[in-house]
Design a protein around this ligand. Structure first.
Ligand SMILES: Cc1cc2nc3c(=O)[nH]c(=O)nc-3n(C[C@H](O)[C@H](O)[C@H](O)COP(=O)(O)O)c2cc1C
Length: 312
């Protein structure tokens, strides 16, 4: 594959539980340039866990599409990468060095790999993926592990030397979880210390924040996570390519819902509730709508609620 993007790219940041295939299909309609799977553990890929394999699927217009892996062991990393090499629709592999949840910290994958004592494994893991992968490799990380332990410059240089193609950088420390604000100045320090593209991530929810992040960081582009939940048309807004009116929003929500049912079957009805909660945020009858949503169990009921009750 040639160049992954042109101009200033807009990424959809991976959000486990949200940025599944149906959601990614929707954001692609609005000009998102690169999408990532939800984080998948290499062990689950190796065990050929059916749920995990389904998470690797890509929607028709999704190129370029990266699968994000998390790993705490090199042997399964090798096997997982060899498996991903065979999936011709996967355009690249991203390695997670940011996940802050307890289970990840305990098991030794994600953000805990930014701790000083885990530097050797950080390097080995990148080496293993870069050497085995027939596709471009990127990493996604945070500023460091403990608050104030800023290691992202050093880690970015190591990643660059090992052959990583770009870095998505969330401007918080792992221990911060999602508290405080993303530090765009620190992201800027990383941008200036490597030659590979750095993508700024954290708290970008509208055009103003997007401009602020781009100006302060000098990054190649931005990655949007939570800002796209309940607002998949944000990519259009950032490109300043027009506004999405209430009726168009309704059609988008309906098509997102249909894609969920197609992908998950009946289970999609319940899984879509959290998206409907997000879509109705700030709506005048939002809390009534959300309680109706929580009682709806059939496809027709949900469609009717979106058509008749959702005020946009
Ligand atoms: C519910 C949720 C799930 C997430 N899942 C992932 C994940 O699977 N992989 C990953 O690299 N980051 C994950 N993140 C972090 C986001 O990709 C992103 O770095 C972070 O939310 C900051 O960006 P934002 O302010 O645009 O959301 C997750 C964040 C949230 C809130």
């Amino acid at each position: 594959m040639g160049k992954l993007w042109s101009g200033t790219p807009l990424f959809l940041a991976p959000l486990a539980g949200y940025t599944d295939r149906p959601f990614r299909q929707v954001v692609k309609e609005f000009g998102c340039d690169i999408t990532f799977s939800e984080m998948v553990n290499v062990n689950a890929i190796v065990y050929q866990n059916p749920k995990t394999l389904k998470m690797l699927e890509k929607s028709p217009k999704e190129t370029p599409y990266f699968v994000q892996i998390a790993s705490n062991n090199l042997e399964n990393t090798r096997k997982a990468v060899e498996f991903l090499n065979q999936l011709e629709w996967v355009d690249g592999i991203d390695i997670n060095f940011g996940c802050p949840v307890k289970k990840a910290i305990r098991s030794g994958f994600g953000g805990v790999l930014l701790k000083e004592e885990n530097l050797p494994f950080f390097k080995e893991l990148i080496k293993e993926v870069v050497n085995r992968s027939q596709k471009p490799v990127s990493i996604k990380m945070r500023l460091g592990f403990g608050v104030g332990e800023f290691v992202a410059v050093e880690r970015a240089k190591i990643a660059e030397d090992l052959g990583v193609k770009f870095i998505t950088l969330h401007g918080r420390y792992v221990k911060q979880m999602y508290r405080g604000e993303a530090d765009y100045c620190k992201i800027g320090e990383v941008v200036r210390s490597v030659s590979i593209p750095v993508i700024a991530n954290g708290d970008i929810t509208d055009y103003r924040k997007y401009r602020e992040a781009m100006e302060i960081t000098g990054a190649e582009g931005v990655a949007i996570g939570r800002g796209a939940v309940g607002k998949p048309w944000i990519f259009l807004e950032l490109r300043q390519k027009g506004e999405v009116g209430p009726e168009q929003k309704r059609e988008v929500i309906l098509s997102h819902f249909r894609a969920m049912v197609e992908f998950y079957g009946e289970r999609g009805v319940i899984l879509f509730r959290k998206h409907l909660h997000s879509y109705s945020k700030g709506s005048p009858n939002g809390s009534r709508f959300r309680s109706l949503v929580n009682q709806a169990t059939s496809i027709e009921e949900v469609e009717n609620l979106i058509r008749r009750e959702l005020q946009l």
